[in-house]
Write a protein that binds this ligand. Sequence first.
Ligand code: FAD
Length: 553
Amino acid sequence: MDRLPFSVFERLSHLEKMSDQTLDLLVIGGGITGAGIALDAASRGLSVGLVEKQDFGAGTSSRSTKLIHGGLRYLKQGEIKLVQEVGRERAILYRNAPHIVIPEQMLLPLVEGGTYGKLGTSFGLWLYDVLAGVKREERRIMLSEAETSEAEPLLRTDILKGGGLYIEYRTDDARLTIEVMKTAVQYGAMCVNYTEAAKLLYREGRIVGFEANDLLTQKTFNLTAKKVVNAAGPWADELREKDHSLRGKRLHLTKGVHLVVPYDKFPLQQSVYFDVPDGRMIFAIPRGKCTYFGTTDTNYHGDLEHPRVTREDAAYLIDAVNHMFPSLNLSQDDICSSWAGLRPLIHEDGKSPSELSRKDEIFLSPSGLITIAGGKLTGYRKMAERVVNMVVEQLEQEEQISVNNCCTDRIVLSGGDFVSPESVSSYIEQLAARYSQQFSRQMIVDLVRKFGTNSEKILELSHSYRDTDTAVDPATSLLFAELHYGIHEEMTAGLTDFLIRRTGMLLFDRHRIEEVLPMLADELANKLDWDSEHKSHELQRLLIEYQSAVTFH
Ligand code: FAD
């Protein structure tokens, strides 16, 4: 089999190739921001390398609320331009990756003493529709008290005054990051996970690259480029510190937590965005066999790689849900998974976590290091465009080369190759009919919602597992095929990559892990040639993640 450019077996050769030349651009950080920059720059014809010290998306970009927002809450903060921009970006993303950007109705219940009043909500949602360019058929609908109760029978009725229905778009943040990264690689970017930008390298005071440590082979490479971008999210200030340029504006990290319960414990009719007694608002979102809810927003000063859910965080969210949906009586025993993420926001004196702007900012240091911080998943494409415009401007001045304009609004992301967003459902029906002997319709839906038009490759691969081993049942053959695809086409290097970020199984189908883990560990060990020590190390890593998803401290 030919080696594919985003195969885990290509990591070393990418690092070698990167170290053999002076690239146009090196990107530090493989979250959504870094992935977006790599795609933008590579699609304009620049030579690009990207290193990620964990797995792609393992930072904040797999730990969000998983919404492509229209930005309703920014309206309340008067950030009109931001609402307009994210609205436009949402439409572009829906067009280019409709398999993982899914319109969903969101119910906003109006309650006594709540954030939004009836008239204010009607006007606010109308303005939001206009600013965000929402399609006519998706515009807000205002509901009476009775209609709201009917739409969501679990809501408490004693304080209910009515409601508004509007459209939000659901996504899978880690998979979106992978799809953007995969597309960047298709355009020639060299992107490598588990590689840390350790020591920054300078010539005459100007940054020229960094020493990159491959954490899987312990090899070190000197990587150089004309421009270096720091897209390290919550770690951005650590790199600015190394660059001796951490002055003026700084990051302000806040932690956000989500909890997951089985759907039958919280059987919502649709997503709900509701008031919490302390004046904040949180989301509850049904997803497959589960419902998840969050988030919190608290100042954070701990370990950046492993933010944890505390008992206090869990109690806050459970109380919030029980307050608005009293018949549920949720307790900590009902939680089947959880995650915590860090928002890399820009500090503003005197502002509380919830008041801090979600806007992004670019800092240019005296050494030439370009740092991008803040922002949202939803706005990643525009953030990337701004950064690459700056890179291109500098390259044009310094090197007298001319580079194409940004074209990412027209680039279909890997897996998003549909005639139109609406045709995702007919694609699902076609595959479901074609594979009805082996797989249930739901299995096909789940597959397409992860891999889009790449699902066909995975279904083909699943055949080969069935052909070679008749003991493999259809569900396992599909899982093995996803794993195979992950290794060869999504740089999956271990169990946590696969079970958390490529498939989301730890978050939304945790019990299945108990069933499939031994098989998966054997299969990975076999494919990646692990010895028993490596295999137990991988199992240990997974166990730590598993414990942290199910226990609070
Ligand atoms: P990250 O994803 O953290 O990526 C930075 C990467 O850099 C990390 O993977 C890290 O390992 C790597 N790195 C750091 N140092 C180095 C180094 N020296 N060498 C190599 N690699 C390095 N946005 C939305 O649009 N919708 C939402 O619903 C939403 N909900 C959110 C909910 C929560 C709780 C949180 C915390 C955020 C939410 N956001 C949301 C915001 C969004 O998730 C973030 O803005 C976005 O994911 C940040 O991406 P990033 O690439 O900048 O950072």
